[in-house]
Design a protein around this ligand. Structure first.
Ligand code: ATP
Ligand code: MG
Length: 290
C-alpha cells in the first residue's frame, strides 16, 4: 500500500484519544485548568461513571469574552508564549491541547464569567472546537465545563470503559486524581459527586498535614512526621510515618495504602520509589511516570 495522508477527521480522533484516554484523564485536565485559573473552590460531578456527563465547576478567574472563541481550538493557550517559557513554568497546562481533544470525543459546553463581566455566558462548542451557540446565564464568577457523551463517536473505547468492572476501576482512578490534585493545595475546597452522591470532600485548611488528613484520616495523619530538606536549588517536603517500630506497625496494620509524590505540585509516579515503599501509589495510571 502506498503512503497517503489520513483524512483530517481520522487524524483528529487518533491524536485526541492519546490525550483523552479515559474519564479520569478528562477530570485531570479540567481540574488542572481550574487550578491554573486560581480557583479556591472546585466541584467535580460525574454521571454514569462519567460516560454520560462530567462537570467541573470552579470559582477561578473565568475566561475573557475576547478569549472564549479560542479556548477549544488546538494550540491556543494563555499559559506560555513560546518554548523558552517552559523553563519557568508554574501552571499545569501549557500545550493548549486538552479542551480541543475533549471536543473531538464528546459534547462540550463552557459557562464562564470574569470579575469584569456583568453576566455569565454559556457556550456550546462543536467537535472542532468552535462555538455554535451562546446564551446568558446566572452562573457566578468562574468557569463550568460540561462534557457529555464521552467517546460516543468511539464505540470501542466507550464499551470498554462501560463494562462493570472497568467502570468501577475508572471511578476509583478519578477519585485518586481528585484527591491527589486536591491534597497538594491545602487552601482548596473540593467536592466530588457521582450520580448525585457525595463521594468525597475536602475543606480548605492551612497545612499539608491537615490536607492529607482529609484523605488518610486522623489516626494515620497523627503517626506521620514532617521531614524537610532545603538546598539552594532543591526543596523537599515529606510526610512519612515516624520510624519507631510501634508506629510503623500501627500504620501497616491500618489498611490505608497511600503514597502521593509530587514534583512542583504536579502529581507524578516514580516506580523505583514505589517498589521500595510499604505503600501502594494512588491509582493514578494516567499520571506521568518514570
Ligand atoms: N477553568 C478555566 N478557567 C479559566 N480559563 C480556562 C479554564 N479552562 C481553560 N481555560 C483557558 O483555555 C485555554 C485552553 O485550555 P486547555 O486545557 O485546552 O489548554 P492549556 O491548559 O493551555 O494546556 P494543556 O493542553 O496542557 O492543558 C487555557 O490556556 C486557559 O486560558
Ligand atoms: Mg489545560
Amino acid at each position: 500500500m502506498s503512503i497517503k495522508q489520513l483524512p483530517s477527521s481520522t487524524i483528529k480522533l487518533v491524536t485526541s484519544t492519546q490525550t483523552v484516554t479515559s474519564v479520569s484523564s478528562v477530570v485531570k485536565e479540567l481540574m488542572e485548568n481550574a487550578l491554573d485559573a486560581e480557583a479556591v473552590n472546585i466541584d467535580v460531578k460525574l454521571e454514569n461513571n462519567g460516560l454520560d456527563r462530567i462537570e467541573v465547576k470552579d470559582d477561578g478567574n473565568g475566561i475573557k469574552r475576547t478569549d472564549v472563541p479560542y479556548v477549544c481550538l488546538p494550540s491556543y493557550t494563555s499559559k506560555i508564549c513560546g518554548f523558552a517559557d517552559l523553563e519557568k513554568l508554574h501552571s499545569y497546562g501549557f500545550r493548549g491541547e486538552a479542551l480541543n481533544a475533549i471536543c473531538h470525543v464528546a459534547d462540550v459546553t463552557v459557562t464562564t464569567r470574569t470579575s469584569e463581566d456583568e453576566l455569565a455566558m454559556v457556550y456550546t462548542i462543536n467537535n472542532d472546537g468552535n462555538i455554535v451557540t451562546t446564551k446568558p446565564s446566572h452562573f457566578g464568577k468562574g468557569t463550568l465545563v460540561t462534557v457529555s457523551g464521552l467517546f460516543r463517536n468511539i464505540p470501542v473505547r466507550k464499551s470498554y470503559l462501560n463494562s462493570g468492572r472497568r467502570a468501577a476501576e475508572e471511578l476509583k482512578r478519578v477519585d485518586s486524581i481528585v484527591k491527589c490534585l486536591a491534597v497538594i493545595q491545602p487552601s482548596l475546597r473540593v467536592t466530588f459527586c457521582h450520580n448525585k452522591c457525595l463521594l468525597w470532600q475536602k475543606s480548605a485548611c492551612t497545612s499539608l498535614r491537615l490536607s492529607l488528613m482529609q484523605v488518610v484520616g486522623h489516626f494515620i495523619s497523627s503517626k506521620l512526621e514532617e521531614l524537610v530538606l532545603r538546598e539552594p536549588e532543591l526543596s523537599v517536603d515529606m510526610l512519612v510515618p515516624r520510624r519507631d517500630t510501634e508506629n510503623v506497625v500501627a500504620v501497616c496494620l491500618s489498611n490505608v495504602d497511600c503514597m502521593m509524590l509530587y514534583i512542583n505540585r504536579r502529581p507524578v509516579r516514580y516506580k523505583k520509589l514505589e517498589k521500595v515503599s510499604l505503600y501502594k501509589p494512588f491509582n493514578t495510571s494516567c499520571l506521568s511516570s518514570s
